[in-house]
Write a protein that binds this ligand. Structure first.
Ligand code: PRP
Length: 190
């Protein structure tokens, strides 16, 4: 078999949380709904780098209407893994969103701080509408409310990798989503 499968990262992962097939089902269902909702609206899909790249690729290919895509890199500063709420644009969109129907395609919503900021920012720039598809949500970590129109799956507060999600920039190319063993990120032996 080609590609990185769960068997290839067995030593680092505790268990597979969401299979490749389930990821496809979630994305295909949301993309079908979005295709209906955005018919005739020429939506702009906005991908927040880097984690959402895999989700954007699959989501856009599952859409049956013409779409455009653009990318943005954001960083939030805070202590450790906690976001402070101060967002900085590392790389901006190349598209003028004025009057556009924007659909943000995200891999995961954690505190909600990144997405809450981005929705406000795109509206401030004059987008006609701003909605969200999020493949994963961790409700236990939510700090600010974000309205997610196209919902994926809720997951427990565990360290997950794969399908774009990383630890130390690795595992993004795993084709499913798995829970990382704490020993990996605590620096011990897996
Ligand atoms: C993740 C994810 C969101 C953000 C969500 O990106 O892709 O953009 O965190 O967190 P929040 O809801 O607490 O704001 P990350 O900062 O890990 O960067 P990456 O996508 O480059 O891995």
């Amino acid at each position: 078999m080609v590609g990185m499968r769960i068997a290839d990262v067995q030593e680092d992962t505790d268990h597979e949380l969401i299979s490749k097939e389930e990821i496809s089902d979630i994305i295909n269902r949301a993309a079908a709904q979005a295709s209906e909702d955005y018919r005739g609206k020429n939506p702009l899909l906005v991908c927040v780098l880097k984690g959402a790249v895999n989700t954007l690729a699959a989501f856009s290919q599952a859409m049956s209407i013409p779409v455009q895509m653009d990318f943005m890199s954001l960083s939030s500063y805070g202590s450790g893994t906690e976001s402070s709420g101060k967002i900085t644009v590392r790389q901006d969109l190349s598209t003028d969103v004025r009057g556009r129907h924007v659909l943000i395609v995200e891999d995961i919503i954690d505190s909600g701080i990144t997405l809450a900021w981005l929705v406000d920012e795109l509206k401030r720039r004059g987008a006609a509408s701003v909605e969200i598809f999020a493949l994963l949500e961790k409700p236990a970590r939510r700090k600010v409310n974000v309205d997610v129109k196209y919902k994926g799956r809720e997951i427990p507060d565990e360290f997950v990798v794969g399908f774009g999600l990383d630890y130390d920039e690795y595992y993004r190319n795993l084709d499913s989503i798995a829970v990382l063993k704490p020993s990996v990120y605590e620096g011990g032996q897996a």
